[in-house]
Design a protein around this ligand. Structure first.
Ligand code: GAR
Length: 193
């Protein structure tokens, strides 16, 4: 069975969707470790409720930077926990070589737009501001760019008249929670046939 490591900075609803998929048999995996760069992130509390080991990625004093030595420590923690596949779930720092080299072709990310449209922060707000009629969700392999790795799956989400960034994000999240566990399950089969 595949061991997942999850990195998140926020509420962890995508981690919850992965837990749910494991519990109801849609995903044959276990979550070995959940790490967050935000000590007060709800994702850590959610993980603890399920008895999943958690840890902090200490990037202080940097607001956005993910220092190289911290990436090395993170890779070590994930390896020690026996992680095969790393899933970024609302993780807001850019992953670079130390982590990428430790997990070649084994780091996935979920992004709240139809990449290559609207990479970066608050993609749901970017979509509303751009006035597009359609956005969506992308699951992709992580490379050293910002939301640029090979795409594994996408789902379209309509932008409705009167949508605010918040209402669009809420609709996008419904798709995320369905798509991410499904793509993780498909990709896991490629890693461990
Ligand atoms: C999700 O919408 C995810 O796609 C987004 O952050 C949210 C985290 O929610 N990620 C990014 O924007 C990454 N660039 P969650 O903590 O409830 O899973």
């Amino acid at each position: 069975m595949l061991s997942l490591g999850i990195l998140g900075s926020g509420s962890g609803s995508n981690m919850q969707a992965i837990v749910d998929a494991i519990e109801d048999g849609r995903l044959d995996a276990r979550i070995a470790l959940v790490l967050s760069d935000n000590p007060s992130a709800y994702i850590l509390e959610r993980a603890s409720k399920y008895g999943i080991p958690t840890g902090i990625i200490d990037c202080s004093p940097f607001r956005m930077k993910f220092p190289e030595e911290v990436q090395e420590q993170t890779a070590m923690k994930l390896k020690e926990a026996g992680v095969d596949l790393v899933c970024l779930a609302g993780f807001m720092r850019l992953v670079k070589q130390p982590l990428l080299d430790a997990f070649p072709s084994a780091i996935l990310n979920i992004h709240p737009s139809l990449l290559p449209a609207f990479p970066g922060l608050e993609a749901w707000k970017q979509a509303v501001d751009a006035g597009v009629s359609e956005s969506g969700v992308t699951v992709h392999l992580v490379d050293s760019g910002m939301d640029t790795g090979p795409i594994l799956g996408q789902e379209k989400v309509p932008v409705l008249p009167g949508d605010t960034p918040e209402s669009l994000h809420a609709r996008i999240q419904i798709s995320e929670h369905q798509l991410y566990p499904q793509i993780i399950a498909e990709y896991s089969k490629r890693l461990k046939p």
